[in-house]
Design a protein around this ligand. Structure first.
Ligand code: ADP
Ligand code: MG
Length: 569
């Protein structure tokens, strides 16, 4: 745990953690020495009350230094705790900023929110509270055992052996419990997603009367209950085993003493002193073992943080020192292949060019890979095979800023910021004038809607745009993309929720953009497609036809089939 945390933290915080560990170890050593001296003082008292003074002074001095060191260590511990949490937050934030946009699936987003709000603050208590008893449980018995050598070296060795046995026992029971904890966590995550699914699919479940859905949910909840029982069933024997071992070890130490007494190699005063120390050490070890459960939870949280931090960020070539001239050519896609995770190829050997000006329509049946093409052009993911070049440069060699400065998108799962309509639109180009914003609003068919809303452009859209209808959200996204006047504008089904009149408005705006840059539209209405300068036809991840409407409409093939299917397909 300490090693993992050390690896995750920036250098300064990592050094602080090492410093804290040293202070805590020093405090634990002093604690052990004080315990050993307690035994020696008791022995001296029993043997001869006059010889007690040097031992008592040494004991008092050790206790005083121990208290001061302990206090300093605890102060450092609280500070390191909060700095660790802050550093982990920053580290996660920086890492997330470099991940491919496609990484952010709803489940991963929920996990990140959970880690940022509860996971990382939980880790804070590790250096602040848990590290001390953990170190004490190991170091204090060792130091006490060595101090006991002042009384009897054989007992010193016996205590060292007992410490080692105690430590292995606690590791063993901890490992048992960890496997069960991991299983329980997996089952809980599964149950949470079942509950969410059950809640979000209520309309479908109610109209379809599907009893299976409730069955899935109750099965998942049964699993959680079973996993909790299993977990209690494994943790409890672990704790009992540890307690039992401690008692047996204590009995062995006493037994050794009785044997040595009988052999007259040990005196009763030393035995009493040693057993008092051993009894105290049992308590120290047990406190450590009881905290082990908390420690395990933290280790699991840390593992989940590591999982996020281990996600592969997009590599970026060195950002070019100068901005390359981008108006010399458009987009070239070479032999593009793509698969999601380890699934089947959803794009295979796709090559095409978008000239630096003009409207291109990408068509194909549902699931043919159109959205995936748009995502690869926007570098949500890097391609599995082939490459995408903008103005002759591979997207992978551009910094995110360079790419996104030239790109505007309206994608199927776009969302809005929790601010006003006007602010949402202006994010595309913060320097835009009020007239330009008004023009984008008009071109996106938003004018009447904005006029009808209280506050107009200052109307707050709510979290994710929840105070707007689907069609309204889509139009705000379109206005945002239009305002940007980017080199490449991607419109993925950007008019799917619009009525014909507003669809036409958006199409006019897209044509206007196409006079100055590249526009790629994924659409189903014939009007948009027929007016495009170039049409690309996808079928099951392969580009099967390309040309203009005039060239393709009478040729036997997928395109003719699609347009003969109706005005919208
Ligand atoms: P279209 O936009 O043409 O309907 P998509 O590009 O969305 O098609 O999907 C192409 C294929 O990729 C489909 O088989 C779909 O199931 C799969 N797919 C799309 N998105 C994902 C994803 N995030 N993870 C896994 N598979 C996906
Ligand atoms: Mg799609």
């Amino acid at each position: 745990m300490l090693r993992t945390l050390y690896r995750l933290l920036p250098r300064r915080e990592a050094r602080q953690l090492i410093l804290l560990t040293c202070w805590l170890a020093l405090a634990a050593v002093l604690h052990g020495v004080a315990l050993g001296l307690t035994g020696a003082t008791i022995t001296a008292f029993l043997a001869d009350t006059t010889g007690i003074l040097p031992w008592l002074s040494a004991l008092l001095a050790a206790v005083a230094v121990f208290l001061v060191v302990q206090w300093i260590a605890q102060m450092i511990a609280f500070r390191v705790g909060s700095e660790t949490a802050r550093a982990l937050h920053v580290r996660m934030g920086d890492h997330l900023a470099g991940l491919p946009l496609g990484w952010f699936t709803p489940i991963r987003q929920a996990k990140v929110v959970d880690l940022a709000t509860t996971g990382v603050p939980q880790i804070m208590s590790y250096p602040a509270l848990l590290l001390r008893p953990t170190i004490t449980a190991v170091v204090t018995p060792l130091a006490a055992a060595l101090t006991i050598a002042l009384l009897d070296w054989r007992y010193s060795l016996a205590l060292l052996a007992a410490t080692a046995i105690g430590w292995y026992t606690s590791r063993f029971s901890g490992r048992l419990a960890r496997t069960v904890d991991a299983r329980r966590h997996a089952v809980e995550v599964e149950a949470t997603s079942r509950i969410m699914e059950y809640a979000t699919r209520q309309p479908v479940i109610r109209t379809d009367q599907r009893p299976d859905d409730a069955g899935d949910l109750s099965r998942a909840l049964d699993e959680v209950a079973a996993a909790s029982r299993r977990s209690a069933g494994t943790v409890l024997p672990g704790l009992l085993l540890f307690g039992f071992t401690m008692n047996v070890l204590f009995a062995c130490l006493a037994g050794l003493g009785v044997m040595w007494l009988a052999q007259a190699t040990l005196t009763a005063d030393v035995l009493v002193g040693v057993l008092v120390v051993a009894a105290r050490l049992t308590a120290v070890g047990s406190t450590g073992a009881e905290l082990a459960a908390g420690l395990r939870l933290q280790r699991a949280t840390l593992d989940r943080i590591v999982e996020v931090l281990d996600a592969e960020p997009l590599t970026t070539g060195r950002p070019a020192g100068r901005q390359d001239p981008v108006d010399c050519s458009g987009i070239t896609v070479h032999d593009l292949g793509f698969r999601y995770d380890d699934g089947a190829l959803v794009l295979d050997d796709v090559s095409f060019t978008l000239p630096d000006r003009g409207l291109t329509a990408l068509v194909g049946p549902s699931g043919s890979g159109k959205t995936t093409v748009a995502r690869l052009l926007a570098r949500f993911w890097d391609p599995t095979a082939g490459r995408v070049e903008l103005a002759g440069r591979d997207l992978r060699s551009m910094s995110a800023e360079q790419l996104y400065a030239q790109l505007a998108t309206v994608l199927q799962d776009d969302y809005l910021l929790d601010t006003t309509i006007g602010e949402n639109i202006r994010t595309a180009r913060p320097g835009a004038t009020a007239a330009e914003v008004t023009e984008a609003v008009r071109a996106a068919g938003l004018e009447a809607m904005v006029a009808a809303l209280p506050g107009g452009l200052d109307y707050p859209v709510g979290p994710g745009g929840s105070r707007l209808s689907g069609g309204q959200r889509q139009r705000v996204c379109v206005a945002r993309a239009l305002l940007k006047r980017a080199r490449l504008t991607l419109l993925d089904e950007a008019t799917s929720a619009l009525d014909p009149e507003n669809s036409r408005l958006v199409l006019d705006a897209a044509r206007l953009l196409a006079e100055r840059g590249m526009v790629l539209v994924i659409a189903h209405n014939l009007e948009t497609i027929a007016g495009a300068d170039q049409i690309l036809v996808l079928e099951r991840g392969r580009l099967v036809q390309r040309g203009t409407h005039e060239e393709l409409k009478d040729v036997p093939g997928l395109y003719r089939k699609l347009i003969s299917a109706g005005q919208r397909f």
